[in-house]
Design a protein around this ligand. Structure first.
Ligand SMILES: Cc1cc2nc3c(=O)[nH]c(=O)nc-3n(C[C@H](O)[C@H](O)[C@H](O)COP(=O)(O)O)c2cc1C
Length: 170
């Protein structure tokens, strides 16, 4: 059974989207694991930005070998991804050709959130097969969450295709 890791920074909307992805994966019989990205020290956003390169994660991942695909989600803060999420991506073991899906949630000012995460992933060999910003000034309702299903549908072929030449380096 294919396995997917859905890692996200817990905020209202980012969590809702993660759970919706989870449902979509269950529907295609993938085993998915939800994981909150957390810091050892629960820092407010301003301090996270100041100390981005020194942030320590609570539950670091030492191996990705059991996953076929990884999803990472962030709320958009100050036009970019949350520093804890960047730290999470940097902390991941190196891997080649592993499929990655990125998403961000916000109120409509996407900035460079997805681009930032994407460039961090390209440094450790992740292959971004899709990315999307979900935004609304209102709480995400069922109609909004349908956008996750639609996005999932557009990626389904790629999601179901076999990973080639995956070599875990660490
Ligand atoms: C300090 C701060 C900065 C934010 N900056 C942005 C931004 O630049 N662009 C955007 O679209 N949303 C921005 N937002 C909105 C968040 O992305 C949004 O609240 C989050 O995705 C949804 O999570 P929530 O339900 O926990 O609020 C910001 C929110 C906060 C608190």
């Amino acid at each position: 059974m294919a396995k997917v890791l859905i890692a996200y920074y817990p905020s209202g909307e980012t969590t809702k989207v993660a759970e919706r992805f989870n449902l979509n994966f269950k529907n295609i019989n993938f085993k998915s694991e939800l994981k909150e990205i957390k810091l050892i020290e629960d820092l407010e956003m301003r301090k996270q930005f100041k100390r981005e390169k020194k942030l320590k994660l609570l539950n670091e991942i030492t191996s990705l070998s059991k996953y076929d695909l990884i999803i990472v989600g962030t709320p958009i803060v100050a036009f970019t991804s949350v520093p804890a999420v960047n730290a999470f991506i940097r902390s991941l073991p190196k891997f080649e050709n592993k499929k990655v899906i990125l998403y961000a949630t916000g109120i409509g000012l996407p900035g460079k959130a997805v681009k930032k995460m994407s460039s961090l992933f390209s440094m450790n060999g992740g292959k971004v097969i899709g990315s999307k910003v979900f935004s609304s000034i209102f709480d995400f309702d069922e109609k909004k969450l349908k956008e996750v299903d639609v996005f999932f549908e557009t990626l389904k072929k790629e999601i179901l295709s076999k990973n080639k030449n995956i070599k875990a380096k660490k």
